[in-house]
Design a protein around this ligand. Structure first.
Ligand code: PEP
Ligand code: MG
Length: 537
């Protein structure tokens, strides 16, 4: 038996034969004398690539979802990138063949993107290579493809977006890739397909591996090749138990989230972008309790316009079709840095210029976001909450600002609806002052990730401190009780949107404390509903 590890991107266990995928290596035509003819060939191949990608975009949108389809949309845009086209033209003018120019320019661009610091931009490196290889394939004839005839475990170096959309999905039991990250296309697909998968796996793409029996353990981040009897028996049992558990969870789809004792709690999802709404609804979330809006500012080189923000929020409101939505305003700073904000390096960024502190001092940033949020409220229910609050004074400034935005929109004749105002309670100061703060707003949502970090004085990013980072610390639990008591004393509702909300060992505690809402990662919704429905509270 051979075994190894990888970074798990979806849990579960799969057992089946290995299918090793290797990209076809193509011999490219060498240097060529007729530059005009080569340029013509390149232009024609580019148009064929556009037609193929447009077809794939529609197919992917129908069969997999918006998020994967958008990857192809990015590639369609890259076909018109002037820098790429100029690079190709220069190479062809210098005597290269169309295919050589397409590939080498693509490789150079891809390497430049891979070297960027921003993870979103890094991830685009694979899109550029994929787009360029499509043109090369068209120019040289031949096609990439999968020849899986029976269900198996796909082992690959990496899979490009074009490859992932052509996968025979009904035959794939698990993915193992040597490259990729937890946000790579293959990881996203694994989560959408609900199949155990490993990225960054320590595995050789040995032809000998083909057809051998393999096990992928997505819980532990392990794989086994030709497992011994004991491993096979243990893993078969683990797989069957995981499948049975998931099936049992399905029974909680569409069921009200009410405990045995009759306590009802709202179960919503945390999302980062309009594309995630589908996942949230697929997971049976009752709405969105936290839209981390800063993700609309990450992975780009300039501020989103009011119009872009409005379209994003409107899309979320419309997809939710009347279900509740809480948008959290920009929480840039600390672990989420964006170059174009031009923020200075700080000694202690978690205690620095971040979240609401930026918004309250940069009206040029806050205004477009608040206008976009109010405008989107004309299309369905929408609440807004503000991160990193520490004082009543801040909340009053925010409310005055919101009043100004409403007056502005009204004067312009721009429609907007009722917007509930809430705050995140994620600093000890806000927890301690929660009785006073509750008089100012309509709801609280507790950010336990930051509340724990600031209460325990432990950097949530520092893996070295994991053994000290105790989210169940009595100080944190005492603050959680204080917050909900003070909210209720002033007649407003309180929820939890930090990671702790999904901790099923605390679900009964939260019910007993009196929390009205939990907002968690979409994939945790059914598990949590089961836990609530089985609670005696
Ligand atoms: C939190 O702090 O718990 C929270 C939900 O916000 P974020 O994780 O985005 O800081
Ligand atoms: Mg936070």
């Amino acid at each position: 038996m051979q075994q190894g590890t990888g970074r798990p991107v979806f849990s579960g266990v799969a057992i089946g034969p290995a299918y090793v995928y290797r990209r076809e290596q193509r011999e490219l035509p060498g240097a060529c004398g007729d530059a005009a003819a080569e340029q013509k060939k390149f232009d024609a191949a580019r148009e064929t690539a556009r037609a193929q990608l447009t077809g794939l975009f529609e197919k992917t949108r129908r069969e997999i979802g918006e998020e994967q389809a958008m990857i192809l949309d990015v590639q369609i845009m890259m076909l018109d990138d002037m820098d790429y086209l100029d690079g190709v033209r220069d190479m062809i003018a210098g005597g290269a063949s169309a295919a050589q120019a397409a590939r080498e320019t693509g490789d150079a661009f891809s390497a430049a993107f891979a070297a960027l610091e921003d993870p979103y931009m890094q991830a685009r490196a694979v899109d550029i290579r994929d787009m360029a290889e499509r043109i090369v394939t068209i120019l040289c004839g031949g096609k990439s493809g999968f020849s899986m005839t029976a269900p198996g475990i796909l082992v690959a170096e990496d899979l490009t977006p074009s490859e992932t959309v052509q996968l025979p999905k009904d035959k794939i039991l698990a993915f193992i890739t040597r490259q990729g990250s937890s946000n790579s296309h293959i990881a996203i697909l694994a989560r959408i397909m609900n199949i155990p998968s490993l990225v960054q796996a320590q595995i050789a793409l040995d032809p000998e591996l083909e057809g051998k029996q393999m096990i992928v353990d997505g819980f532990e981040g392990r794989y086994y090749v030709e497992p011994d009897e004991a491993t096979l028996a243990a893993m078969t049992q683990k797989r069957d138990e995981a499948q049975a558990y998931r099936l049992r969870l399905e029974a909680y789809r569409g069921v009200p989230t009410v405990s045995v004792g009759g306590r009802r709690i709202k179960l919503l999802a945390n999302i980062g972008s309009p594309e995630d709404v589908k996942t949230a609804l697929d997971c049976d979330a009752e709405g969105v309790g936290l839209l981390r809006s800063e993700f609309m500012y990450l992975g780009r080189s300039s501020f989103p316009t009011e119009e872009e923000l409005f379209e994003g929020y409107r899309s979320v409101v419309e997809q939710l079709a009347g279900r509740p939505l809480v948008i959290r305003t920009l929480d840039i700073g600390a672990d989420k840095q964006v170059d174009y904000f031009g923020l200075e390096k700080e000694e202690n960024p978690a205690l620095g210029y971040r979240g609401i502190r930026i918004c309250l001092t940069r009206e040029d940033i806050f205004r477009p976001q608040m206008r976009a949020i109010y405008r989107a409220s004309a299309f369905g229910p929408l609440s807004v909450m503000f991160p990193m609050i520490i004082s009543v004074e801040e909340v009053r400034r925010i409310k005055a600002f919101c009043g100004k935005i409403q007056a502005e929109l009204a004067a312009e004749g721009v429609p907007f609806g009722e917007v509930e105002l809430g705050i995140m309670i994620e600093t000890p100061a806000a927890a301690i002052m929660s009785r006073e703060l509750a008089k100012e707003v309509q709801f609280f949502s507790v950010g336990t990730n930051d509340l724990t970090q600031y209460t325990l004085a432990i950097d949530r990013q520092n893996a070295k401190l994991d053994e000290f980072y105790d989210a169940h610390h009595p100080a944190v639990l005492a603050l959680l009780q204080t917050i909900v008591d003070n909210a209720h004393a002033e007649g407003i509702w309180a929820g939890i949107c930090g990671e702790l909300g999904a901790d099923i060992s605390l679900t009964e505690t939260f019910l007993r404390m009196g929390y009205d809402e939990l907002s968690v990662s979409p994939s945790r919704v059914l598990e949590l509903r089961k836990k609530v429905c089985e609670s005696e509270v």
